[in-house]
Design a protein around this ligand. Structure first.
Ligand code: NOJ
Length: 550
């Protein structure tokens, strides 16, 4: 698939780079552009079509970089614009496209506009770019409404004037240091459009759109009332409001003006697949993560229903589905699946941490889940380290936790650091080869030695080899393009899906045994790839997936 192909995003494998934790080039303990550039060959050998890089912009990192202070520059911690341009060229030379992350719901409190807004005071035009409001109560001492921050606590912070007088409040749906911007303001719209063009002009192939479903707020910012306006059905005061679609139509026009057209993937946790598909209408965004697949229980019916719903709704608007099992916000899938099947539905570590876990079983299921995902039509996203079979790190000492969730939840939720631990590249080196020296910014557990890239490389049965083999087959097999999926009859508790290419070539089936007993292979089937060893009698054991040619 060359970088010039227009529709590459319909059937791509995209690798997510959490840059802080991918590879450290300068030895300061934090991942950076030099580290990423030095490891591009790992990604090329893995066989991915694109990378998505989490925010790399100047930021105080109050929320891991999702608090952007300047959208058109690089955080000096990670490198500079020249290095970013070199990375884009080096990735393209390997036929790997580059997607960035745009954060349109909020800025960092260090963004120049926010500083100006604070300085300019109540009623100023500078404040209109954000959502400043007077407080309720006699002296404005209560937040303007009852909205809560996604990380815990109220979604409002009261400003204190330089002389110590408390004054207005500003909205922050996320951290206190992430003021929401006002999308009704033409300057806000124009500024984000300029950012898109800035990076597109530098060869960037597209953007992942952060919290794409919450940028537009209901005028008047009403309270949320349980059972009245708390559902994502169009009536919620800030989730999935119809107004967001106009924004994406204008972004699509910008992306389409480039050759090849630039693409978007929406991060929109919209549970109803029909509403999610509205983001994917032909003049809006090309793709959006189908998170319902990520949160499906490890049960045949749950998996199949969520796959079917996503494909059916997206097909109606001509869009592919976008599958993902892990990312920088969720508990890594081997650790979710290490619990009882229903635990898969809990997406973060705090949802599952108290449940008994069997890490070997989790990894076995994770390997099978990956083969299932990679057999589906549409695009698949891989999160760095999953190709090494990394588990979630569940016991980071609390004084090392960095996710704002820990503070804002009053030290009750650990948050998302467990999936953000720096990658192990070489088992025998300090910091498992994360960088030339220095201590990785989050502590790595001993178990990472087993998962280090050099150990995985040397073991043909490793997760790394499984991913490489799967991606190679996916690229070469004619039925694994954009064509249809058909479910086959299969024993209770199993899934069997056949794929057929657009030109009618078939011959591919993926069988996933989600039951607790081994199942026989269909007659005349030849195993191309298996997520784990078959039984002595040639059956597919529980929690195993196979790719079959027939
Ligand atoms: C979703 C991002 O993936 C997450 O990491 C971040 O905290 C929030 N959006 C806020 O930007």
């Amino acid at each position: 698939m060359s970088v010039h192909e227009q529709d590459w995003w319909r059937n791509a494998v995209v690798y997510q780079v959490y840059i802080r934790s991918f590879a450290d080039g300068n030895g300061d303990g934090t991942g950076d552009l030099a580290g990423l550039r030095s490891r591009l060959d790992h990604l090329a050998r893995l066989g991915v079509d694109a990378i998505w890089i989490n925010p790399w912009y100047p930021s105080p990192l109050a929320d891991g970089g999702y608090d952007v202070a300047d959208y058109r520059a690089i955080n000096p911690m990670f490198g500079d614009t020249a290095q970013a341009e070199a990375l884009i060229a080096e990735a393209h030379a390997r036929d790997i496209r580059v997607l960035l992350d745009i954060v349109p719901n909020h800025h960092s409190d260090e963004h120049v506009w926010f500083r100006q807004a604070l300085a300019a005071g109540p009623g100023s035009p500078e404040r209109e770019r954000y959502l400043f409001r007077d407080g309720r109560g006699e002296n404005g001492e209560l937040p303007p409404n009852n909205w809560e921050s996604m990380f815990g606590g109220p979604a409002w912070e009261r400003v204190v004037a330089p002389d110590g007088t408390p004054e207005q409040w500003y909205l922050h749906l996320f951290d206190i240091r992430q003021p929401d911007v006002n999308w009704e303001h033409p300057e806000v719209r124009a500024d984000f459009e300029e950012t898109l063009r800035f990076w597109f002009d530098r060869g960037v192939d597209g953007f992942r759109v952060d919290v794409a479903n919450s940028m537009v707020k209901e005028p008047g910012l009403p309270d949320i009332v349980e059972g009245v306006n708390d559902a994502q059905d169009g009536g919620h005061p800030y989730l999935d409001r119809d107004g967001v679609h106009d924004i994406f139509r204008s972004w699509r026009r910008i992306g389409d003006a480039y050759d090849p057209p630039r693409v978007f993937v929406a991060e929109a946790w919209v549970p109803d697949p029909q509403r999610l598909a509205r983001y994917l209408r032909p003049d809006e965004l090309q793709t959006a993560f189908s998170f319902n697949f990520l949160t499906a229980a490890w049960l045949a019916e749950d998996l199949r229903d969520n796959i079917d719903d996503a494909i059916a709704e997206n097909t109606r608007v001509g869009a592919p589905a976008t599958w993902v099992l892990s990312n920088h916000d969720v508990c890594r899938h081997p650790s979710r699946l290490a619990r009882k099947p229903e635990a898969g539905r809990g997406w973060n570590l705090d949802d599952v941490i108290a449940l008994p876990a069997d890490p070997e079983l989790g990894l076995c299921r994770a390997r099978a889940a990956t083969l299932l995902m990679l057999a589906l039509p549409g695009t698949a996203y891989l999160y760095q380290g999953e190709e090494l079979g990394l588990p979630e790190v569940e016991d980071i000492p609390t004084d090392r936790l960095d996710d704002p969730t820990w503070e804002l939840s009053g030290h009750t939720l650990r948050g998302r650091d467990g999936c953000r631990v720096p990658l192990p590249w070489a088992a025998g080196e300090p910091g498992f080869g994360f960088g030339p020296s220095g201590t990785p910014w989050l502590p790595q557990p001993e178990v990472f030695a087993r998962h280090a890239a050099d150990v995985q490389e040397a073991d043909p049965e490793s997760v790394l080899h499984l991913y490489r083999d799967a991606l190679a087959i996916r690229r070469a097999h004619p039925a694994l393009g954009g064509g249809a999926l058909t479910w086959q009859e299969s024993p209770e508790g199993t899934l069997a899906l056949a794929r057929t290419s657009d030109s009618g070539d078939g011959g591919f089936t993926c069988l996933v045994n989600v039951s607790s007993a081994p199942v026989s292979l269909p007659e005349d089937a030849e195993v191309m790839l298996s997520s784990g060893p078959l039984t002595a009698r040639g059956e597919v054991p529980a929690d195993t997936a196979v790719w079959l040619r027939h």
